[in-house]
Design a protein around this ligand. Sequence first.
Ligand code: GDP
Ligand code: IMO
Ligand code: MG
Length: 427
Amino acid sequence: MAQKQNLAVLGAQWGDEGKGKIVDLLCEDFDVVARYQGGHNAGHTVKFADRHFALRLIPSGILHPGKLCLLGNGMVIDPKALLDEIEQLRAAGAVIDENLKISETAHVILPVHKAIDLAREEAAGDAKIGTTGRGIGPAYEMKVSRHGVLMGELLDEAVLRRKVEAACREKNSILTGFYGKPAHDAGAIIDEYLRYGEIFRSRITDVTLLAHAQIKAGKRVMFEGAQGTLLDVDHGTYPFVTSSNTVVGGICTGLGVPPKQIHEVMGVVKAYTTRVGSGPFPTELLDDVGDRVRTRGNEFGTVTGRPRRIGWLDLVVLRTAIMLNGIDSIALTKLDVLDDFDEIPVCTEYALADGTARHYPRSAVAHGTYKPTYKTLKGWKSSTIGIRSYEELPQAARDYVRFVEDELECRVSIVSTGPRREETVVR
Ligand code: GDP
Ligand code: IMO
Ligand code: MG
């Protein structure tokens, strides 16, 4: 069968599914890797040999020489965070020159966005979203309110000055008047951001045109999702979501690439479930079993270090993700984390007051009128760490994979058995 040209790799749960590892693994066969939404709320881990990288804004493809990496218009970019990331990657030996381009219409995160994000969370107390505190939400708000600063405007002093002054006037009044927080000095921000403009000048361009030119030339593009499907602002567990479209449609708006150029969609699925921050989590484990998974899986945030909430695999969530994204195949990660359990429950559907739900029943979950139904599978009780061939997986582990495939009617094409690139079964 002919290889399909362009591939989307995106999270099917609440983020941290292992997208970075999978993008890095598949990268070799692609020419371009593009991010299309989110910002440095993402933390994508890539490990190979004894190397360890945590990527936040830059596509995971940057570690492969010769790949063109794009930051799409749908992203929100903190230029300071981007600069730090470039410097860290360079210090670790990555080559970052003409291979990294930034959309001129991606939106800029300003210090006032971060301050509002933090102040709002603090004021919300127990009702907080549990954001990463990076200013993501407030930057997207300003985009949608049509007052946002574009990356391209870092190159236009008059426009930048006018917009940052206006943003600071408005946001400072909220920060000081409403939240009792200090104001930010527009002049200092403008000076700092003009410097970033100079630093990034050669990278800031029409990324949409660039992506289309690459596709037209027959180059293969991988679209790297950030966050996960259930964190999508429209289709996720609102309001406990991020502020962008994490579903496949985000590629069309966040890069300007039409749906017919997305030839295949791979959903990255952790073999159990995690989520960071607040919000519903139907299969959550609040007991010592959850603690065991957290420890074995090292489930602490790449970006914030926060302990991740843990639960069993939830097929209701995954059916919804497959439906929303048109997922063609699954990369099942962190199977090795389950090596040690006698039994592994998997949630197959939710019992409702008047029937069952096989897709995520938003209102029943919001009202607490549902109960996850589990099928308990047998654990394999032996190490799968680093296994690279499907046949070498213990029978019970293959049964687990098979069960997931049958229930979801979707092929598991990759099984990940460790954090490193080489610790992978490709079927
Ligand atoms: P992302 O945000 O989807 O890229 O995922 P993160 O990098 O935030 O979190 C995934 C974590 O699991 C990282 O620490 C990875 O190194 C690690 N990881 C990825 N795949 C595997 C796997 O198959 N087994 C184990 N044990 N760890 C994995
Ligand atoms: P990757 O790409 C997991 C969560 C936050 C919070 C909510 C809103 O590494 O999978 P935000 O700062 O975006 O306004 O926070 O979204 N969140 C993530 N959770 N992985 C991520 O990214 C996340 N990015 C944001 O914890 O609940
Ligand atoms: Mg992550």
